[in-house]
Design a protein around this ligand. Structure first.
Ligand code: MLT
Length: 394
């Protein structure tokens, strides 16, 4: 008899952003004249830069000729893109070979699919609150999930301690949703903990391009010892605006082994069974975003979103609400007033200000009582939202 994976029963009915979209649609249907501003899901709004689009066109053109046509891409990605990524690491003072880089369609897929290569009995440690994909994927997979609470008291940057359980450790820095970033000293403690206790860190650096503090690490490999205990996922989504184009990569150093088995080899074996690679056009476009012209485009977009973040932070501050974020990340994280729950505040903001946000509780229990606002919007929308926020009676 066919049965569904019973682990699915342990998930909430909808994925967080599906639920946010459902409530938004329901409200829009009942209030057709409301001008709703979306600051929920962190989806980029600025168009792709010219250098990226020009490269896409050129790449597409080459596919129209017999001599330059291409079929299946290599499972691990084209060498030209892996070389460009390797150069990016070099600029951080980190040596990562092209054979340690695996190109994919998204860091969401990689952060989730990576569980395939580990034993189902491996326990997963998750910082709470955090990007819900780690938790939901672990549950679907049947892994036991352990939580480490991120709170105001630990500046939303919890640290390891003796006796802390969890074989696989998801760290997201800059953190989604709080925007908190681990310092080099703090990451060193995680790396030492993982090496001493034979744990593996899955480091999600999807928001590294937003870091402006020069002392903060963009990659876990800036930390000595990380290559023997950590893999890193990163993406072109939030930097080059590829949420719709789809391109990302995972770094698995040669030194990363489990009981003498190469983790990178296991990942490539998994990918070659379940994944057919990223299109040539997309990889060429991703490569263009790493050229000096491409990097200029990335910086311009990030500075645009950061201006929005400043506008929103100021409005939240004027309301007298505790808040962080928006400096090294695109998200602002603030406390709900008067003991409201996250979903109560979500409904309140939608009803009274027509602003869609993301309820903190969707990122984990410790997110209850908080709200995340995304700065991925047009300046006019950010200004409009700020005005509405300032006028709120709370
Ligand atoms: C978010 O809003 O947290 C992200 O956009 C979701 C994602 O990257 O998948």
């Amino acid at each position: 008899m066919v049965k569904l994976n019973s682990n699915l029963e342990s998930l909430s009915e909808n994925y967080l952003f599906v639920e946010v979209a459902r409530r938004k649609q329901e409200y829009a249907k009942k209030n057709p004249f409301a001008k709703i501003i979306s600051m929920g899901i962190g989806d980029v709004t600025l168009p792709l830069s010219k250098v990226v689009v020009d490269e896409m066109k050129r790449a597409a053109e080459t596919l129209s000729f017999k001599a330059t046509f291409k079929g299946y891409p290599p499972y691990e990605g084209y060498e030209f893109l892996r070389e460009a990524i390797s150069e990016k690491y070099k600029s951080l003072g980190v040596k990562i070979g092209t054979g340690e880089i695996y190109v994919s369609d998204g860091s969401k897929s990689d952060a989730s699919n990576i569980l395939d290569i580990f034993n189902r009995h491996s326990e997963v440690l998750i910082i709470d609150p955090v990007y819900p994909v780690y938790r939901d994927s672990s549950i679907i997979n049947g892994n036991k999930v352990r939580y480490l609470r991120a709170t105001e008291e630990n500046n939303f940057l919890p640290m390891p301690y003796e006796g802390l359980l969890g074989d696989l450790i998801y760290l997201c820095s800059p953190n989604n949703p709080t925007g908190a970033v681990y310092s080099k000293e703090q990451l060193k403690k995680w790396v030492d903990f993982a090496n001493q206790n034979r744990r593996i860190i899955i480091f999600d650096a999807a928001y590294e391009a937003f870091i402006e503090d020069k002392n903060l690490p963009h990659s876990i490999y800036e930390i000595e010892g990380a290559k023997s205990c950590a893999m890193e996922v990163c993406s072109f989504s939030k930097s080059a605006g590829f949420t719709g184009v789809r391109c990302a990569y995972t770094v698995i150093p040669k030194e990363l082994e489990v009981n003498g088995h190469s983790v990178g080899k296991a990942w490539l074996r998994r990918q070659s069974v379940k994944f057919n690679g990223v299109s040539y056009v997309t990889q060429k476009a991703a490569c263009a975003s790493l050229t000096s012209e491409g990097k200029k485009g990335v910086l311009e977009c990030i500075s645009y979103y950061k201006t929005n973040a400043r506008i929103l932070s100021e409005a939240i501050g004027k309301l007298g609400l505790w808040h962080i974020g928006g400096e090294n990340s695109p998200y602002i994280w603030f406390k709900c007033p008067k003991g409201m729950t996250s979903w109560e505040m979500f409904d309140f903001l939608l009803r009274e200000a027509n602003i869609v946000c993301t309820p903190g509780s969707g990122f984990g229990e410790s997110g209850e009582g908080f709200i995340r606002l995304s700065s991925f919007a047009a300046h006019e929308e950010a200004l409009y939202a700020a005005q509405r926020l300032k006028e709120l009676k709370i």
